[in-house]
Design a binder for this molecule. Sequence first.
Ligand SMILES: NC(=O)C1=CN([C@@H]2O[C@H](COP(=O)(O)OP(=O)(O)OC[C@H]3O[C@@H](n4cnc5c(N)ncnc54)[C@H](O)[C@@H]3O)[C@@H](O)[C@H]2O)C=CC1
Ligand SMILES: O=C(O)[C@H]1O[C@H](OP(=O)(O)OP(=O)(O)OC[C@H]2O[C@@H](n3ccc(=O)[nH]c3=O)[C@H](O)[C@@H]2O)[C@H](O)[C@@H](O)[C@@H]1O
Length: 439
Amino acid sequence: MRITVIGTGYLGAVHAACMAEIGHEVLGVDVDELKIAALAEGRPPFFEPGLADLLARTHAGGRLRFSTSLREAAEFGEVHFVCVGTPQRSGSFAADLSHIDAVVDGLGPHLSEPCLVVGKSTVPVGTAARLAGRVADLAPAGDAAELAWNPEFLREGTAVRDTLEPDRLVVGTGSARADAMLREVYAPMIEAGTPYLVTDLATAELVKVAANSFLATKISYVNAMAEICEATGADVTRLAEAIGLDDRIGSRFLSAGLGFGGGCLPKDIRAFLARGEELGVERSLRFLREVDEINMRCRQRTVDAARDLVGGSFLGKRIAVLGAAFKPDSDDIRDSPALNVAAVIKLQGAHITVHDEEAVDNARAAFPHLDYALEPAKACEGADAVLHLTEWRQYRELDPARLAAVTRTPRLLDARNALDLPHWRNAGWTVRALGRPAA
Ligand SMILES: NC(=O)C1=CN([C@@H]2O[C@H](COP(=O)(O)OP(=O)(O)OC[C@H]3O[C@@H](n4cnc5c(N)ncnc54)[C@H](O)[C@@H]3O)[C@@H](O)[C@H]2O)C=CC1
Ligand SMILES: O=C(O)[C@H]1O[C@H](OP(=O)(O)OP(=O)(O)OC[C@H]2O[C@@H](n3ccc(=O)[nH]c3=O)[C@H](O)[C@@H]2O)[C@H](O)[C@@H](O)[C@@H]1O
């Protein structure tokens, strides 16, 4: 099929490459000329494992092209996936829908042949019905163009696998034609046994925010337990292990520590709260405010634990920060808990040096007042404390004895509960972790 993917960011670039990988002819479109130039040369504009190989393969096969022209997209595609950003609006919790509106307004008048516009961005419930009306009004050929909603559940860091082997496909549509077209798009996944659920538009939109809210709630639940563990001398990692063995609960998304960040979970629960208020159902979602509060307290607890570790004040202290991305295997620093903590500590008088193999350029651009090192050991030189804030595998493989030798005082805060603490203690480190006894 001829597919366009409009918006080639963390979601769209992966979706475009994966659609080409399963055999479709794909045109990726973005307003960002630098991004399009990189993608057109087969270079991923961001770090995502597996994406570079996929781009190289699909480019070589001639199935993947890029452009900045929406008109070209309208003329080319049978199915148009809309993957533009829906960030938090400034000064409010609500989602900014201006990008998605601009795409529909730009695409609509040029949609001539029978085609399908498919929303993949995460939107407040009710948006799809509004946009469906807009597509019908704008498309010159009347009912030739339809709109369906197909929310995306990929995670950064595993985006390629999540797209090629999704847990489920959810399609919001009332139209047999739209359903048939999307079954054709996703035929290899459906044949491989991926559950394919057809719902109405509103349910499809809600499935997405309900799933992200549940994941955020699970993380904040375990972080609330970490606060209780801190008050009682218990160990949240053992607690999570024990409750996770109940398969009704499950062990995934029970890693306590610095909490969630990124371009999705934080803004999605806030946009859901804002939409709940508009709909007059704020009571049903009030718990999400608590989820957000608990999550933000994780950052504060990390700052407090780091300050305690260095003796009660950051003034004049040198702090090494390991990790800048919001999660490992990504260079994405949107609402990064690690950089949030680093910036707050810097404001309290410390000298900060940050290491992150992949996110360093993004971090430097957004936080130019922090210092950066290209090696973990360089970041730790002369440090009064080392803060482990993003759990890259590389940090689990560090040699604590070698690292201790370059610090001023070997003190470690593991804010992700991911390091082998006895190993670090044996190498002479004073070790703290969130939600665990000091030992
Ligand atoms: N990043 C992720 O892991 C996932 C993101 N989502 C949702 O997908 C949407 C996109 O997220 P990301 O890819 O992370 O954002 P992003 O910011 O990385 O990418 C958005 C892209 O849209 C482009 N864009 C903006 N206006 C445009 C226009 N008028 N025409 C063409 N392109 C335009 C931007 O230049 C940018 O490249 C959001 O709604 C997000 O919540 C959903 C699932 C996973
Ligand atoms: O809507 C989206 O964009 C995506 O948001 C999340 O994916 P993502 O943000 O890429 O990453 P996650 O693996 O969910 O991690 C989110 C944050 O939670 C934190 N986290 C995760 C798991 C955990 O146990 N503890 C924890 O603190 C991570 O460090 C990270 O900061 C969802 O997992 C995806 O299903 C969804 O498609």
